[in-house]
Design a protein around this ligand. Structure first.
Ligand SMILES: Nc1ncnc2c1ncn2[C@@H]1O[C@H](COP(=O)(O)OP(=O)(O)OP(=O)(O)O)[C@@H](O)[C@H]1O
Length: 590
């Protein structure tokens, strides 16, 4: 966006673009803001008029009184207009913030899910909350205040030029000089502002990490280290703010002094002109009263200059999310004929690191494949390529004979149900969380899905059953219970392809048995791709694909792979030994 270039014009253009959906209110805010600012000069003009009258040969007290009353009325009107201006600009601002949040949320819902891999949640949260909130200053204050701050000096200078053009030009010089200096100041402070905001994102991350990771940190007795890390970011923040203020204070004050110095130029020059008989004293007095009315406005201009720089960087970060590259959508998308899944010579890299290398396999409709292999071998990445979280760098991933890139994303996602190992539950009721599988499902359907997922018994035992609120991320439920809610979602969705990232650990055998039953229920009649960590759960699948460093090392049935005596057989023996030790010989033999 143009605002990222940081120029004042670009920032205002970007802010006005955001506000253009509310043209009536925007115009009202600017017009009343400008009128209010122009009226700021009225008392000065009234005093100037009264002084000229007083210094005249026959002062007319009625005129002087009228000037006083006009000044009082102008003050009241000025404040009333200012109230209208800020009220309407705030209505526009809060509507714009809402629009932006919705636009970004809709955008984020359509970007490839891989977009989130490279970004910290803290950064996204900071932009969605803090940055968009900070835009309120730009929209509600900056635009009307700036229009007003520009108009008042222009009107004042016009009046000053009318009173005496020579003094008017003299008063203009320090303004030009001060504004030029302020421009340089803004350019200089841009780097500092940028560093400050980068630090704000780190602050946000540190705070999120502290809140989210508190349990882990405490469990490992690392509270000291976590606090030290957070403290170091907090200290950096103070240091940087200090540097920032120190860097801005000298040039800022200089610009302010120069901007306010017009009276220093005009006063002596005007007195010389009076002494030389070029102008009467009453003209100088009137001029000085109008010129004095400019001082507050110069201070306002300086504040505005600083805020524009800040807004430029806020807009830049907001735009990065608002313009995030979308998944290329085919138009119209091709049909998906069945629920088969095929990988044909697929390779994929995260950055420059190749993690899937020339992988080919296929699963026929209603059949099952298990992806196994050491940690980091690429199992989850393969599952993500099926659901098009990322696009393959080469080769094709297809569903029902259609490349995933050729399917409209809603149709693609309607075909795939995913059960992640790390189950995400929203803060809401259990029923709402299950209904995520199909928004229009009836209460009976939700209950039936929960029953099929072996979740109904524990849900009914909760204080408010299906209406029980689960906290953020499912706080208050066990891992196995969360897993079964997530399986209930998939059962409710009833998509023909099921991708299952198998949970690695369970607190007890009962929970594990229930999840296994739930999985069997969810997978009934579906094409199943299961990422398996515990090999004894997948001995029955149609094909096992063994991955090693992104390549297919072996494939076949459980028995065939054991007979091969390779990686799978070694993994199986290692796991059986552990199971044997954990459960005793009888259970392991079952
Ligand atoms: N978002 C990412 N950015 C960069 N590298 C990634 C990303 N996600 C995964 N990787 C890397 O890609 C490789 C494959 O990861 P993947 O998660 O597919 O493996 P996995 O076999 O599922 O591992 P695990 O069994 O531990 O879950 C790993 O080396 C991992 O570090």
């Amino acid at each position: 966006m143009a605002a990222s270039e940081g120029s004042v014009g670009a920032v205002f253009a970007a802010l006005l673009r955001l506000m253009r959906t509310y043209p009536g209110l925007l115009a009202l805010s600017i017009a009343t803001g400008v009128a209010s600012a122009a009226l700021a000069l009225a008392p000065h003009l009234a005093v100037a008029y009264a002084v000229v009258e007083l210094l005249g040969p026959v002062p007319d007290w009625r005129n002087i009184l009228a000037a006083g009353l006009a000044a009082a009325a102008a003050v009241v009107l000025r404040h009333a207009l200012f109230g209208v201006s800020t009220a309407s600009s705030h209505i526009v601002a809060f509507s714009c913030l809402y629009d932006l949040r919705i636009a970004i949320a809709e955008r984020l819902a359509r970007v490839p899910l891989g977009f989130f891999d490279g970004r910290s949640k803290g950064q996204i949260r900071s932009t969605l909350l803090t940055d968009i909130d900070s835009l309120e200053d730009g929209i509600a204050h900056l635009v009307p205040e700036t229009s007003a701050a520009v108009v008042t000096p222009v009107v004042a200078f016009a009046i000053m030029l009318l009173i005496d053009w020579r003094l008017g030009i003299l008063a203009l010089l320090p303004t030009v000089l001060g504004i030029a200096l302020m421009g340089r100041l803004m350019a200089q402070s841009e780097t500092a502002t940028r560093r400050h905001f980068a630090l704000m994102a780190r602050l946000n991350e540190a705070a999120t990490e502290m809140a989210d990771g508190l349990t882990t940190v405490r469990a490992f007795n690392q509270d000291g280290q976590a606090v030290r890390r957070a403290k170091s970011v907090f200290r950096d923040e103070v240091r940087l703010s200090d540097e920032w203020i120190r860097a801005a204070v000298v040039p800022g004050t200089t610009a302010q002094v120069i901007l306010s110095s017009h009276l220093l130029f005009v006063g002596p020059a005007g007195l010389l002109m009076v002494a030389g008989g070029l102008i009467p004293f009453s003209t100088l007095a009137a001029f000085l009263f109008v010129a004095a009315g400019m001082n507050d406005l110069f201070a306002a201009i300086q504040g505005i200059a600083h805020r524009v720089g800040r807004q430029a960087q806020i807009l830049e970060r907001i735009e990065a999310l608002r313009r995030a590259e979308l998944l290329a959508e085919p138009s119209p998308g091709k049909a998906i004929s069945d629920s088969s899944v095929t990988f044909d010579r697929v390779s994929f890299s995260y950055g420059t690191r190749c993690v899937i290398d020339d992988v080919s396999f296929s699963v026929a409709p209603g059949k099952s494949v298990a992806l196994v292999g050491p940690s980091g071998s690429g199992k989850s990445t393969i599952a993500k390529l099926v659901a098009r979280f990322h696009d393959a760098a080469s080769g094709t991933v297809s569903i029902g004979g259609t490349r995933v890139q050729d399917c409209a994303s809603d149709r693609l996602h309607a075909h795939i149900g995913i059960v992640f190992q790390d189950v995400f539950l929203f803060g809401g009721t259990i029923a709402e969380n299950i209904r995520l599988g199909r928004i229009d499902a009836t209460d009976e359907e939700v209950r039936a899905a929960a029953k099929a997922a072996r979740a109904d018994v524990f849900i009914d035992r909760l204080p408010q059953g299906f209406r029980t609120h689960v906290g953020e991320r499912g706080y208050g439920l066990s891992g196995g219970e969360r897993q079964r809610i997530s399986i209930a979602r998939a059962i409710l969705k009833n998509a023909p392809i099921l991708i299952l990232d198998e949970a690695t650990s369970f607190a007890d055998a009962e929970n594990e048995a229930l999840v296994q039953e739930a999985v069997a229920e969810a997978a009934r009649g579906k094409t199943l791709i299961v990422i398996a960590h515990r090999l004894y759960t997948i001995t029955h699948v149609d094909e096992i694909v063994v991955l090693d460093r992104g390549r297919i090392a072996e494939r076949g049935s459980h028995e065939a792979l054991l007979g091969l005596g390779g990686l799978y057989a070694r993994m199986w023996r290692a796991q059986e030994k552990t199971r044997h030790l954990a459960h005793g010989p009888r259970e392991a033999a079952q």
